[in-house]
Design a binder for this molecule. Structure first.
Ligand code: IMP
Length: 190
């Protein structure tokens, strides 16, 4: 089965291609403009991104959307995780804002949630979700991964942040790993 990836984020493409190893995975067409993530949910946004690729390529597409949900912040930044510190925010800006928002907060529970979608030209879609529970650390640790990885310590990670793990260790525990493994199972099951 041939799947075109909707993500142009090289950090994510490496992770996703490794998990979907049993499929023929094609990169996102270079001339496809960015899709505005105007949906109200992760699933809406994933579907928007996949639909844009299907429309241009006529082939099945795979897209995902991820949010970091912090309990003490009422689930924020959630669907706004990429632009938590404003439009054009860098990963570092977002992490700085998160640490400031949780300054002095004892309840640091958080979860990453990923929704992954495979959308076919005939309109059929397969949806899968992956969630990993964890905690926001009080300071950045580690240099691997991307995004909020330096301040997210997942359950089962022995106190390490995602940024302190190898890519394989992160994939084994992560929201995206779980979502794409589940998606692959659903796809293989037909
Ligand atoms: P996206 O919409 O799936 O690209 O994810 C939204 C934002 O969530 C990204 O800009 C990152 O800041 C963050 N994010 C997504 N996945 C991860 C991850 O695996 N680790 C850390 N941050 C992530």
């Amino acid at each position: 089965m041939r799947l075109v990836l909707a993500s142009a984020n090289p950090d994510k493409v490496v992770e996703i291609a490794a998990i979907l190893g049993g499929f023929e995975v094609l990169p996102r067409p270079a001339d496809l403009p960015d899709v505005e993530e105007t949906g109200e949910t992760l699933e809406d946004n994933a579907r928007l991104k996949a639909a844009a690729v299907v429309a241009v390529t006529g082939q099945a597409a795979v897209a995902d959307d991820t949010g970091l949900e912090v309990l003490a912040l009422g689930g924020a930044p959630g669907v706004f995780s990429a632009r938590y510190a404003g439009a054009g925010a860098t990963y570092a800006d977002n992490v700085a804002k998160l640490l400031a928002a949780l300054d002095g907060e004892h309840d640091r529970r958080a979860r990453f949630r990923t929704v992954a979608i495979a959308l076919f030209p005939d309109g059929r879609e397969v949806v899968a979700e992956g969630v990993v529970e964890g905690e926001i650390t009080t300071e950045r640790r580690g240099s691997g991964g991307f995004g909020y990885d330096p301040v997210f310590a997942p359950e089962g990670g022995h106190g390490r942040t995602f940024a302190q793990m190898t890519a394989a260790e992160k994939n084994a525990l992560s929201h995206r790993g779980l979502a794409f493994r589940t998606l692959a199972e659903h796809l293989l099951a037909g």
